[in-house]
Design a protein. Sequence first.
Length: 261
Amino acid sequence: MLVFTNLSWRFLTVWRRNLVVYRRIWKVNFLVPLLEPAFYILAFGLGFQGLIEGLSYAGQPMAYTRFMAPALVAISIMYNSFFETTYASFVRMYYQKTFDGLMATPLSLEEIILAEIVWSATKATAAALIITTVLGLFGFVAFPHCLLILPLAFLGGLAFGSVGMFFTGFTPSIDMFNLPFFLFITPMFLFSGTFFPTAALPTWAQHAASILPLYHLVELSRFCCLGLMEANPLVSLAYLACFALIFLVVGLMAMRRRLIK
């Protein structure tokens, strides 16, 4: 395919450019993944812990906060990568004209877009590391096997970064990103087994949840952190890999149609 023939390792120069820029503001940006899990644990732990009894996951009873904690990592992976290739990439493309400058170099358009997606996965992985460390201090995940979540975070970041870039390929203005966030991200945030087991849903809703990428990312996050999951780990890994590959291709195609006229 044309999108792959135009790719080379030169995309890493764009990735490095994003890293150099990010190093100037990383302290402020890392406050969110550092403090967000603490706020969630305190709010849900203090507010819901006494109200929710008898929670069972994968046939094992567990405290609600322990059930919820790995989902916080998956949610952070989704938000960090999707936000980076929607709002942040749109700003670089439309307002800062960064893409115009990069396209004046020997880099191909596909290399620039791939670098954006890989950069979003990198940020998601860094956020996952911070959140997992914080949750470990609370005692909700077990070291060292929970560090398996880092390669998972990169794969999940590629998946959500790719679908975010796909939306950027045809979203006309930055204000219109409210639609994919409301129609795509929010339903996954609520119904992917994040805050309650999908077994509590009607049968049709369980099947619907199983086709959402965040569901598989949440399940795999619990597998890494707790050693338990209700889905098949190989199926979930294959689903995320295929989802990432498909939307990587269509994302590159959508951005080519938008930028090459």
